[in-house]
Design a protein. Structure first.
Lengths: 108, 116
């Protein structure tokens, strides 16, 4: 199975700053089948990005995804207080589907 | 608007079988090519894929759980279900149902505690 490793574990930034989250796969992710989810405290995850770079419906354009192969990035261009959450990556290109361990974004 | 809702016991005894149902509203479980899945999240930890089912009955499972997992679909009631046998404390988690690949719709989640 494909193991996804997210870094850093925690990111602490001020509002307006740029956040860069990494997701590295143990082997190439087929067809860039990588998604990013946002999970706010006490809530279910919400799909942000699919196919590595396609924003889901209603997701602000300050969220962007990039990458291919084994290295993927989620960028939040200008952090807002409501972006406090854990961000998970998931590959769905091969079975079994797998998730990274998550990156927690804290707002200073 | 599609909605998913998990239901089932919040407390299960060790060695018994955990049973959850996901009820889909606002759309038909059999009207599309989507897979319907189960994901769990142990307290304070990340997300774990359990398995998925298509309304035709086609299934995929996480190999680490496959021997203990059954996922079924009931198109007449627009539901799909999860059974996890021989549970231990390590199976304590919030269990989510979700639609699609990737998961564009999620239920709110239900906490299942395994304890005697």
């Amino acid at each position: 199975e494909i193991v996804l490793t997210q870094s850093p574990g925690t990111l602490s930034l001020s509002p307006g700053e740029r956040a860069t989250l990494s997701c590295r796969a143990s082997q190439s992710v087929s067809s860039s089948s990588l998604a990013w989810y946002q999970q706010k405290p006490g809530q279910a995850p919400r799909l942000l990005i699919s196919d590595a770079s396609s924003r889901a419906t209603g997701i602000p354009d300050r969220f962007s995804g990039s990458g291919s192969g084994t290295d993927f990035t989620l960028t939040i261009s200008r952090l807002e207080p409501e972006d406090l959450a854990v961000y998970h990556c998931q590959q769905y290109g091969s079975s079994p589907l797998t998730f990274g361990q998550g990156t927690k974004v804290e707002i200073k | 608007q599609l909605q998913l809702q998990e239901s089932g016991p919040g407390l299960v005894k060790p060695s018994e079988t955990l049973s959850l149902t996901c009820t889909v509203s606002g759309g038909s479980i059999s009207s599309s090519s989507y897979y319907w899945g189960w994901v769990r999240q142990p307290p304070g930890k990340g997300l774990d894929y359990i398995g998925s089912i298509h309304y035709s009955g086609s299934t995929y499972f996480n190999p680490s759980l496959k021997s203990r997992v059954t996922i079924s679909v009931d198109t007449s009631n627009n539901q799909f279900s999860l059974k996890l046998s021989s549970v231990t404390a390590a199976d304590t988690a919030v269990y989510y149902c979700a639609r699609g690949t990737p998961y564009s719709y999620w239920g709110q989640g239900t906490l299942v505690i395994v304890s005697s």
